[in-house]
Design a protein around this ligand. Structure first.
Ligand code: ZN
Length: 346
């Protein structure tokens, strides 16, 4: 690396007695703390250097700093200047889609060893950087998945498509905390194999309450049935929400948090207290949902559930949901696994 050093501006030099491994004794050494420049592909990048300089033998001794690697820092600065993607961004992108390094390397046409090196800090070529950055755009990755269907199983491909759509979620700042706290769980059978997508849950709420007054109890069940029905038919849920066993039947876990958040976020949702026979609760109404967040199969599941339970009162849908195997085999507060979707009554 020394030969790459072009020029230096010394900031300070402090003399002290330190053991010199070269002279094999304590010698007068200067602690050098300076800004150097390093050439990366012809571009001069300033880096911060710290080392001891032995006044007797003239040797420089690097001070080991696990948190600071000058070459790594220079690469980062170079990538910043060129608008290139950083190693941890590649890794994060890959993990968010649930891809292995092998799968990603095949999808974007870069060797697996190279992908591995890039994730660990090697400086990528311009062509590879462009390929990676393009694939990070959901619309491009969707195209790649369409063009190379043979690389992944249909199940995995569907899951990635769901996740890509989840990345486009658009939520207000007030929501972030709730999502961080309650919605950042890893996708699993408890979430219908996809990450939680608050926007889809909210648009589903709007879907059911659009041009309609829906009680909280009924709304909870409609959401449960829509997610579980879509999982039953397509192998993934719609919103990635987890559903818990509650007294009135299955409800989205942390449902009150989500309803408060959505009311803050979207003023089109309004609620009021109302009595339904012996059940008293809030009813919700909403403006038009954002239809574009849903796929065709998701809209089909939502419409099926809305139609199926159109005439059901809160009490009727509660009683109906109490017959679900997933409800009956869980206890109060327990999360209901999507594995029970196979035995859903609808
Ligand atoms: Zn020395």
């Amino acid at each position: 690396m020394k030969e790459l050093l072009a020029m230096s501006k010394e900031h300070e030099a402090k003399a002290m007695n330190v053991f010199c491994p070269n002279c094999e004794k304590d010698t007068e050494q200067n602690f050098v703390d300076k800004v150097d420049e390093i050439s990366i592909r012809g571009e001069m990048i300033p880096i911060h250097m710290e080392y001891y300089h032995c006044e007797e033998c003239g040797e420089d001794f690097e001070i080991p700093r696990p948190d600071y690697d000058p070459l790594d820092a220079a690469y980062r600065e170079y990538r910043n200047r060129k608008g290139m993607v950083q190693p941890e961004e590649i890794k994060k992108f890959r993990k968010e889609l649930g891809l292995t390094q092998k799968e990603l390397s095949e999808l974007i046409g870069i060797g697996i060893a190279t992908v591995n090196r890039y994730e660990n800090g090697a400086l990528q070529s311009d062509a590879h950087d462009q390929a990676i950055r393009l694939s990070m755009q959901p619309v491009n990755m969707l195209q790649i998945l369409e063009k190379k269907p043979e690389l992944l199983s249909e199940f995995t491909r569907n899951r990635i498509i769901q996740r890509l759509q989840g990345k486009e979620q658009d939520c207000g700042d007030l929501l972030e905390e709730a999502i961080e706290q309650f919605g950042s769980y890893s996708p699993s059978l408890l979430s219908g194999f996809i990450p939680f997508n608050a926007n889809k849950l909210f648009q589903a709420i709007k879907f059911f309450c659009y041009k309609d007054q829906v009680s909280k109890t009924k709304l909870n069940k409609l959401l449960f049935y829509a997610d579980f029905k879509h999982f039953k038919d397509n192998g993934v849920s719609i919103s990635g929400a987890r559903y818990a066993h509650a007294y009135y039947g299955p409800v989205p876990d942390q449902f009150n948090t989500w309803l408060t958040a959505i009311s803050e976020w979207d003023k089109q949702i309004t609620s009021e207290e109302q009595a339904f026979g012996d059940l008293v609760g809030e009813v919700y109404t909403s403006g038009e949902p954002d239809w574009t967040v849903f796929t065709t199969s998701e809209l089909a599941a939502l419409a099926f559930v809305k139609d199926k339970f159109q005439k059901f009162t809160a009490r009727q849908i509660r009683d109906f949901s109490h017959q679900e195997k997933g409800y009956q085999t869980t206890k109060d507060g327990e999360i209901i696994s999507y594995q029970y979707a196979q035995e859903l009554q609808i």
